[in-house]
Each structure stands twice: as C-alpha cells, then as structure tokens.
Write a protein that binds this ligand. Structure first.
Ligand SMILES: Nc1nc2c(ncn2[C@@H]2O[C@H](COP(=O)(O)OP(=O)(O)OP(=O)(O)O)[C@@H](O)[C@H]2O)c(=O)[nH]1
Length: 329
C-alpha cells in the first residue's frame, strides 16, 4: 500500500477525505488517534507492531531507534484506532534529537489518547519524569502502560504499577506484555476512550508508511542488528529509487508472475572511517544486512527484490540542518 493512497493529514483534519460513506457507519462507532510515548527502548515500537498485527515500526535492542511517526490502524466492527508510534522523548543532545522531540510533540497536540510506556523491569527515572512533565496539560487522557510485564514476577510488577501511580494522575494504569501478546485490556480501554467518529482510514489499511520508508527502515534495522556501539546513531538510510527489472522467466514475460524490483538504497554514515564498519571484513557485514533486509522487503512487496546498497558519507549529518532536511527530518 502506497502513501499516495492515503488521505493527507489536512484532509483528515478537515474531514474532506471522507473515505467511507458516513451513512453506512454503525451507531456508536468510535475512532481516533493514539500516540505511544515513552523513553527510548521501553518497547513502544514492539507494542505498536503487536497491536496492529503487522511490522510497521522497526525495533532493536539499541535505544533511540525510532525516527518517524509510524501510523498503524486497528479496525473492529465497533471502531478504529490509529496508533502513532513516536520517537522517544528525551533531552536532546543533537539537532536530530531536537527534531525527533518536535515530531513527537506535534503528534501529542492532536491525538485522542496517549499511551505512556514505562518498563516493568526498571524503576521510574528522570527520563520518565521529563516526559510526565511534557504530558501535563494535554487535553487527551493519558494511560500509563507498564510494558515488558513478562520480564518480572508478581511482586516487581506490583511495584512497577505503584511507581506509575505515583508519577502522575493517569486515566488508568495497565500492564502489558507485547512479547507474550498480552495487550487485550489495553485495546479495550483505548476503544472506550475514542470519540464518536466515522472511520479515519479504510478498514483494510494497516499502515500509512510508504514502501520506500519501510524498506529504508528494514535496511536500518538490519544494519543496527550487527552494528558496534558507536555506530547506531550515525546511520541514516534512504531509498533512492525502486525500478522494475526486465522480465526474466516465461511466467514473468506472460505477466502471470511479478517481475523483480531493483531497490537502490543509500546507507549514510557520519564519517569516512565508519564506512568500513558497515561494510565489514571482506564485505561480510553488508552482505548480512542485504540478506536480512531483502527478506523483509520481499514480504512487504510480495515479489522478488534485488537490493542495491551503497554506503556513503554525509559528514556530521545529525548536526547539519541541510543534511537533516535532505534525509527527511
Ligand atoms: N521481554 C520483552 N521484551 C520486550 C517487550 N517489548 C519490547 N521488548 C524489547 O525491548 C527492546 C526495545 O524495544 P523497542 O520496541 O524497540 O523500544 P522503543 O521504545 O520503540 O525504542 P526506541 O525506538 O529506542 O524509542 C527490544 O529488544 C524488544 O525486543 C516485551 O513485552 N517483553
């Protein structure tokens, strides 16, 4: 599904999109936007993917992985939730960090509910208090969601719930485990919190991410997977072009099988010396990145894919306004 098929934000806000005949909307139907916020690495993207039932946001063990507001859609007979996974709010250290914070804040003003993720296996810290402060004064209800409940025992979970209750005045406090697929209570609570509204997206849509964005994210996820400590924040990925290759098999020539796609992808690092780390000894690292990302891209596009990866230097891009703009931030 391409982003061009989606109503624009302006259309959605003004109601001009009207993707579905309002007369056909059942009595009592509710729909709205839910922002997922929390410190880096607390499980926001994993939760988003489990809620939506599809990988719309990449995840990793490295903090500060998310760089886009990825939207996923949950449709039921009685309503629709549009889940917005935001980059983690934190005290920014670079211009990139500041832009990511701004992105998250922009979302918060317009949503109908906020899910504030607090991991069960960690104590409340300054990062959580910083976010609690940011959320004060929002008109939408804020739900504290204690994530990674599978990592702790009953006692520690009880302590985490208590800790959350002391942090702020939440609309509710709900434990979840994305890993154990235990998120039903949260979904029910969120549906109840949505305002009466016709559907915001056609029900068959699961995400608003373009193919280009998703493939760039798959490549970044694969690169983060093998990356050494100093590298993760230095990597940015952009899809330059998606081209159809000429048909190769008789079935492709007859049009009964899809022709392969060639995807040209740039992997940017901040310094020349980092290129070698991404490429690896004898090209081993880049080969692994290609293999992982190709698998994911094939699943997304449902056809053969050839990934053409180029490692380039964009000097200090995290601090350079021009380069940040070029890279979509
Ligand atoms: N055991 C367990 N691990 C989880 C759960 N949810 C997430 N994780 C792990 O926690 C790590 C961080 O998860 P993410 O979903 O990438 O976290 P995030 O908050 O989106 O991180 P940023 O993008 O850095 O803001 C990953 O290694 C996940 O596998 C869970 O329910 N249980």
């Amino acid at each position: 599904m391409r982003v061009s098929d989606f109503p624009s934000d302006e259309d959605l806000m003004s109601g001009a999109a009207a993707p579905i005949d309002p007369v056909a909307v059942p009595e009592g139907y509710r729909a709205g936007f839910v922002a997922i916020v929390g410190r880096p690495n607390v499980g926001k993207s994993t939760l988003t993917n489990v809620l939506v039932g599809r990988k719309i946001a990449i995840t990793s063990m490295r903090p500060e992985t998310t760089r886009h507001n990825a939207r996923g859609v949950i449709s039921r007979d009685e309503g629709q939730l549009v889940i917005v996974d935001t980059p983690g709010l934190h005290r920014p250290r670079t211009l990139l960090g500041k832009r990511l914070n701004d992105m998250a804040r922009e979302v918060l003003v317009d949503v109908d509910a906020v899910v504030f993720c607090l991991p069960a296996d960690q104590k409340i810290g300054p990062g959580d208090r910083y976010i609690a402060q940011e959320l004060k004064g929002l008109s939408a209800p804020v739900f504290a969601v204690v994530t990674k409940a599978d990592l702790v025992g009953q006692q520690q979970l009880a302590e985490a719930l208590l800790g959350a209750s002391q942090l702020a005045d939440f609309a509710a406090i709900i434990p979840v485990s994305a890993r154990a697929n235990d998120t039903n209570d949260l979904v029910d609570v969120l549906f109840d919190a949505m305002p009466p509204s016709p559907p915001l997206y056609p029900p068959e849509m699961l995400s608003d991410q373009s193919d280009e964005t998703m493939i760039a994210e798959y490549v970044r996820e694969a690169a983060l997977h093998g990356a050494r400590e100093e590298l993760p924040h230095s990597i940015a990925v952009q899809v330059e072009e998606i081209l159809e290759l000429p048909p190769r098999t008789p079935a492709q020539r007859e049009g009964t099988a899809p022709v392969p796609l060639r995807v040209i992808v740039n992997i940017f690092v901040e310094r020349d010396s980092q290129k070698g780390i991404v490429i690896g000894k004898g090209g081993r690292q880049i080969a692994q990145i290609r293999e992982r990302a190709t698998k994911a891209a094939k699943r997304l596009l449902e056809r053969p894919v050839v990934l053409d990866l180029h490692v380039r230097t964009a000097k200090n891009w995290q601090r350079d306004p021009k380069l940040l703009g070029k890279l979509g931030f």
